[in-house]
Ligand binder design. Structure first.
Ligand SMILES: Nc1ncnc2c1ncn2[C@@H]1O[C@H](COP(=O)(O)OP(=O)(O)OP(=O)(O)O)[C@@H](O)[C@H]1O
Ligand SMILES: [Mg+2]
Length: 679
């Protein structure tokens, strides 16, 4: 025992020696403010600049999103040009796009332009913007996007952001070169002059960045393809770093209805928020504060809330603190208040989703669903879902291969193809962090087997399918500043699930109907095999005096009517004209497969007129079953796989049958579908 004593004493000594090497005073001396720019320079991955490929996309995305927001807010139909150019590093020769490490991104819009004084702060100060403090649906919301792109450029190439902006034909265009002073998060202006610019108004921003250009998933090309699906009113020109020019023409010639700005809904705010609002309000009395600073609180309801909370409606808002404030908060939460208005949202609309999917994705079945508005934390939102299923009609007929016996557990090639999910938030495609996103999780959680689609546990449904999910909200709850995934609020998850289920239900109907039709068709073929023989036999019995052609026609008629008649042909696209004027097309509505459906839009989501897209759209791929009236031509606009290929758009039918909210329907028909026919 005695032996241990010195050891204990020694360890005590050591402990006292290991005592603070730094005093509180010394530590205090180290404390410093951290500028937001310094923070994000260190944490650039939080803004989507973690690798060169993603960084290139993020820069394009921030600039394009801003351009579209600005045009729409100013009521201008957006014309946006995106140019990616390879830049040589040092004195080395210009490398090919696939090997280049430095690019110049130039995005030009025809928007309202930016007033001269604002330009430096917008492009060279983080957390500066016009959208953060208001509740209105827009692509941007944080006030960080474009300045962060500029900061990334500055960090990786040392080059300033170059901006040209003009607010109208009578005002001069201004040219700026700016960088961020990251210590102060303030702009440094390197150049500021008036220049001649051939555009009468708009903005051009050019950023030089370190990046990598690669096509395919989550690339700039995919982002622009998907942007065009969800924004049919935009005309996009994309000059690739390989020297190609792709054009995405405008399909709608009117802007979506401009979303209105709303005030916070009382249900959405947290207690601390209420306290802050009470201090900052311009309202003289508590009652006027409640009715003017919140939506859906008319003066009578404001008085009622005050009465229930036992506070005078005439009390000064700034005097409401402590226990009274808490009582007021709980009273507000317990009062029945109308849901927030939804004119602050501008959903894409079922018809526009259908049109977009049909334009960009080859398939056999398309459907779309717009949910009624809901609310999370007081913020209104709308969920929209769409679905494109199947391979292009020609590719479904596979060349006959000699039958190869499959080993146990082995699958036919292509059987394991999983569905692809395309996600959007406020019309912006989300290309990263798929598995963290509420949309993706809802797709996984949906039981697709109920709709005839195979699905392994916890996996995406299998099959040639593209699933589209869009959330439109005044404040999209992103999981991080890079705006890549949507947080999983219960209300949001539930609405996405309901929209997906409706799409799945319609797909299930389509698949079952097609299966049934295929069975009937096989049966009819067998009948027809014997008709000839039966007619011959009857003729022989009658001594050759039978009107064989008549009998044959009669028997064929019976065979046809016993096997579903023309409906079978239509379902399988076997009639010359095909169902509703096109082969391989099916119509599914909320009322059932035979219900009314207006097909491709002759009006926008909210009834805006639509251009005859067939005259405008430019595509590389030719649809195999070309019909008169369909134009096909030049440029590719989409991905590589069957489901990602561009297809020409049919000329649009005149408005057919009733278009209710849930008549999101399958594409391709020309004529209106007969209405009101229930199965
Ligand atoms: N092309 C443009 N035309 C007109 N105004 C623009 C343009 N680009 C940016 N702005 C203005 O600059 C502000 C800052 O843009 P920035 O991208 O940094 O933030 P944001 O779009 O508000 O939010 P987010 O960080 O989510 O993108 C915008 O709010 C907008 O008012
Ligand atoms: Mg922005």
């Amino acid at each position: 025992m005695a032996k241990h004593k010195p050891a204990v004493a020694a360890s005590k000594k050591a402990d006292s020696r290991a005592a603070p090497a730094v005093t509180a005073v010394e530590m205090g001396a180290r404390q410093r403010d951290i500028s937001i720019s310094e923070f994000f320079t260190k944490n650039r991955h939080l803004l989507g600049f973690d690798n060169p490929r993603k960084a290139l996309l993020t820069c394009v995305k921030e600039a394009v999103d801003n351009a579209l927001d600005a045009c729409e807010e100013a009521g201008i139909l957006p014309d946006v040009t995106v140019q990616l150019e390879v830049v040589a590093v040092g004195s080395s020769a210009l490398p090919p796009a696939s090997q280049a490490t430095r690019f110049r991104i130039t995005v030009t819009d025809n928007g309202p332009g930016i007033v001269r004084q604002q330009i430096p702060k917008i492009f060279a100060k983080l957390l500066y913007g016009s959208k953060f403090h208001r509740l209105r649906m827009s692509r941007g919301q944080q006030g960080i996007g474009i300045s962060a792109a500029g900061m990334y450029g500055q960090l990786t190439t040392g080059k300033p952001v170059k901006i040209i902006s003009r607010t109208g034909p009578k005002t001069p265009a201004h040219y700026f070169e700016v960088q961020i002073d990251t210590k102060k998060n303030e702009p440094l202006i390197h150049e500021n002059k008036q220049i001649k610019w051939d555009q009468s108004c708009g903005t051009q921003v050019a950023i030089e960045v370190e990046g990598r250009y690669q096509k395919g998933r989550a690339s700039v090309d995919e982002y622009l393809d998907q942007t065009s699906i969800a924004n049919p009113h935009v005309r996009l020109i994309y000059r690739t770093p390989e020297g190609e020019t792709k054009e995405y023409p405008r399909a709608y010639h009117e802007l979506p209805p401009s979303p209105k700005e709303i005030k916070p809904h009382p249900y959405g705010i947290e207690f601390g928020m209420l306290l802050k609002m009470l201090q900052e309000t311009k309202g003289e009395t508590l009652s006027s504060f409640l009715s003017s600073d919140f939506c859906r609180v008319p003066p009578a309801l404001a008085d009622e809330i005050c009465k229930t909370a036992k506070v005078s409606p005439r009390a000064r808002p700034r005097d409401i603190r402590g226990a009274i404030a808490e009582t007021l908060y709980h009273t507000i939460q317990a009062t029945k208040i109308m849901a927030p208005p939804t004119n602050c949202l501008s959903p894409i609309g079922e018809k526009a989703i259908l049109s977009g999917l049909y334009r960009q994705i080859k398939g056999e079945f398309y459907t779309a669903v717009s949910r009624p508005p809901s609310v999370y934390r007081g913020n209104p939102f709308i969920i929209e879902a769409g679905l494109a299923f199947g391979k292009a009609p020609d590719s479904t007929a596979k060349p006959e291969k000699p039958a190869q016996p499959l080993a146990e557990g082995e699958q036919e090639e292509g059987d394991s193809e999983l569905a692809r999910v395309i996600r959007y938030a406020n019309r912006v495609p989300l290309l990263y962090q798929q598995s963290a996103c509420a949309s993706f999780k809802a797709v996984l959680a949906t039981t697709w087997r109920n709709y005839g689609i195979s699905q392994s546990r916890g996996a995406l449904p299998a099959g040639p399918m593209v699933i589209f999910v869009h959330i439109a909200s005044v404040w999209v709850p992103f999981t991080s500043e890079s705006k890549e995934a949507i947080a999983e609020y219960d209300e949001i998850h539930k609405d996405i699930t309901l929209a997906l289920r409706e799409c799945g239900r319609r797909l299930g109907l389509f698949l079952r109907r097609r299966e049934r039709a295929a069975g009937e068709f096989r049966r009819r073929n067998i009948f027809e095999l014997y008709i000839e023989e039966v007619v011959e036999a009857c003729n022989r019995l009658k001594g050759g005096k039978l009107p064989t052609e008549r009998l044959k026609a009669q028997l064929q008629k019976i065979a046809s009517s016993r096997t579903g008649g023309s409906k079978t042909d239509k379902t399988l696209g076997k009639t010359g004209a095909g169902p509703e004027g096109l082969p391989h097309s099916i119509i599914v509505t909320a009322e059932g497969v035979d219900g009314a459906a207006s097909l491709l839009p002759d009006g926008s989501p909210s009834g805006q007129p639509l251009a005859d897209v067939s005259d405008e759209i430019q595509v590389k791929e030719k649809r195999p079953t070309s019909k008169p009236g369909r134009k096909q031509t030049t440029k590719a606009m989409t991905g590589k796989k069957g489901l990602g290929k561009a297809v020409p758009v049919p000329s649009l039918p005149k408005k057919g049958a009733s278009s209710q909210r849930h008549t999101g329907a399958v594409h391709t028909g020309r004529k209106a579908h007969p209405t009101g026919k229930k199965k």
